[in-house]
Ligand binder design. Structure first.
Ligand code: BES
Ligand code: MN
Ligand code: ZN
Length: 508
């Protein structure tokens, strides 16, 4: 991954392939953002005018490359749009910095070293720029040929090194901000790798092995329940979903504990390594991206490892509910009844509503330890994509204050989300003639129906939030800001933020 450093060097003397500066959209045209004073001076204070002539406006996502002024060691200046200029005395918001840094990092693919002269008013800004760079520089080329077929490879390597100018390398807060950005971004990029890995290479067993290795590296306790253990324990939901696949299901439990913890959190992730729909098979056109159906488990995994790397003072348990949803002679049929880990029986009316079945078992398992709060993350319903589009995830909860806290955390870290209700009247649609509940209900409000189903498997009195990330988990469009094509890693930073709040005693 891109190496990140804080630098006190002056822009002109810096040896790099490019100097990145910020341009904001002012009332009368582009405005050179703070941090780029030395660059502007070298253009005789005419940089804003030059940029305007080149067609720059300062709009978000805009990139303008121009030759560096004479006397500069770096050959190129990359001016990146920051969006609207903030009010006087207000700084740029963290998300504007993250996005601009991400756009610039992407524009610099193939470069060895770039210096970022973006506005850093405080330590947190360095963290935001660092995160933007590391997340924006990400690319997944593990499956592109190298060697004599090198032309087939994406082309160029990600930006190798980024120096943040104006950062204070000796200041504790700046150092901590950069270290946090690196830990969170590295783990988030690892989640992206898992999501992007084709399902023939990432089945439940392989995912569990990755989790085991990472847990060992970071002093996290790990327990993997295989088919035999799941059968013995009575995990009918996970087993039922995995029954059709040649690759058996797993339940992975990752426990990060801190001796200073006063709170405990459980994160539960949907980990369907491939969702064909099962016997209720998805039609062509609906299954090509279903390797992403483990994005919730990937987010949970990354967040637990990040919490460990940051040494947070909170206990965090991650539950990865891993299965492959396939049709076969041994697959669960529509009409089958499963006895879940909680003891409840579920009539499976549609084998494509599998996520709620694996989550139900994992939620009940998590509840047995009586954590202070549970958050599950899942690419659960197409209905949530219809409701909120593909950049915003939905938050449902059994507790208004907790839902608000999760929403606030999501806004803070730049992961758009929106609160959704759990209307009681939708529960009766899941009444089953045969079992305690059916795994399907009314079509209208399908995302909320799924949330109501999950609620039944959360232990009494435990605050719980459900994040339906079906929309933003996988970006089928082009890259934007610091978000690449493919797996996005959404929800990782929300979970880390919640763990930080619990660590500092600021989570209700
Ligand atoms: N994994 C899908 C949901 C999904 C769809 C995620 C598109 C990402 C992109 C989930 O398992 C599913 O198939 N849900 C069904 C539920 C229905 C059968 C009640 C759906 O949303 O159609
Ligand atoms: Mn499905
Ligand atoms: Zn699914």
């Amino acid at each position: 991954m891109t190496a990140l450093t804080l630098s006190t060097a002056a822009a002109p003397g810096l040896r790099a392939d490019a100097i990145v500066i910020g341009v904001a959209k002012g009332a009368e045209g582009p405005v050179v953002a703070p941090g780029a004073e030395a660059v502007d001076k070298a253009y005789d204070g005419r940089l804003a005018g030059v940029l305007e002539t080149l067609g720059a406006s300062g709009a978000e996502g805009e990139v303008t490359k121009l030759p560096a002024p004479s006397g500069f060691k770096a050959p190129v200046v990359v001016a990146v749009g920051l969006g609207a200029e903030p009010e006087k005395d207000a700084g740029f918001d963290a998300e504007a910095l993250r996005r601009a840094a991400g756009v610039a990092a992407r524009a610099l693919t193939g470069s060895k070293k770039a210096a970022f002269a973006l506005p850093l008013a405080e330590a947190a800004d360095a963290g935001a720029v660092g995160e933007g760079v590391l997340l924006g520089a990400y690319s997944f080329d593990a499956y592109k040929s190298t060697g004599k077929d090198a032309k087939a490879k994406n082309g160029k390597a990600p930006l190798a090194e980024a120096a943040l100018l104006g950062g204070k390398p000796r200041d504790k807060a700046y150092k901590a901000a950069i270290e946090r950005a690196a830990a969170v971004s590295e783990e988030l990029n690892r989640a992206r790798d898992l999501i992007n890995t084709p399902p023939n290479d990432l089945n439940p067993e392989a995912f569990a092995a990755v989790a085991q290795a990472a847990a060992k590296e970071h002093g996290i306790k790990v327990q993997v329940l295989d088919e035999k253990a799941l059968t013995k324990g009575g995990y009918g939901g996970i087993l039922g979903v995995g029954a059709g696949s040649a690759a058996g299901p797993r339940l992975v439990k990752l426990s990060y504990t801190s001796s200073k913890a006063t709170k405990s959190l459980a994160f539960v992730g949907k980990g369907i390594t491939y969702d064909s729909g099962g016997i209720s098979l998805k039609p062509a056109g609906h299954n090509e991206t279903m390797k992403c159906d483990m994005a919730g488990a990937a987010a949970v995994f990354a967040a637990v490892v990040a919490a460990a790397r940051l040494g947070l003072e909170v206990n965090v348990t991650g539950w990865l509910a891993l299965a492959e949803n396939m049709p076969s002679g041994s697959a669960t049929r529509p009409g089958d009844v499963l006895r879940m880990y909680s003891g409840k029986t579920v009539e499976v009316l549609n084998t494509d509503a599998e996520g709620r079945l694996v989550l139900a078992d994992a939620l009940w398992a998590a509840s047995q330890e009586k954590p202070d709060a549970i958050i599950d993350v899942a690419t659960l319903t197409g209905a949530m994509m219809l409701a909120l589009g593909n950049r915003t995830y939905g938050i449902m909860a059994n507790d208004d204050a907790f839902r608000a806290a999760v929403h606030e955390a999501s806004e803070e870290v730049g992961e758009p989300a929106w609160p959704m209700p759990l209307p009681e009247h939708l529960r009766k649609g899941m009444d089953s003639a045969t079992a305690d509940i059916a795994n399907m209900g009314e079509r209208m409000g399908g995302g909320l129906v799924a949330g109501l189903f999950l609620r039944e498997f959360v232990g009494e009195g435990i605050a719980w939030a459900h994040l339906d990330i079906a929309g933003p988990a996988f970006n089928e469009g082009g890259p934007f800001g610091y978000t690449p094509k493919g797996g996005t890693g959404t929800a990782v930073r929300t979970l880390v933020r919640i763990a930080e709040l619990a660590s500092s005693g600021d989570l209700g």
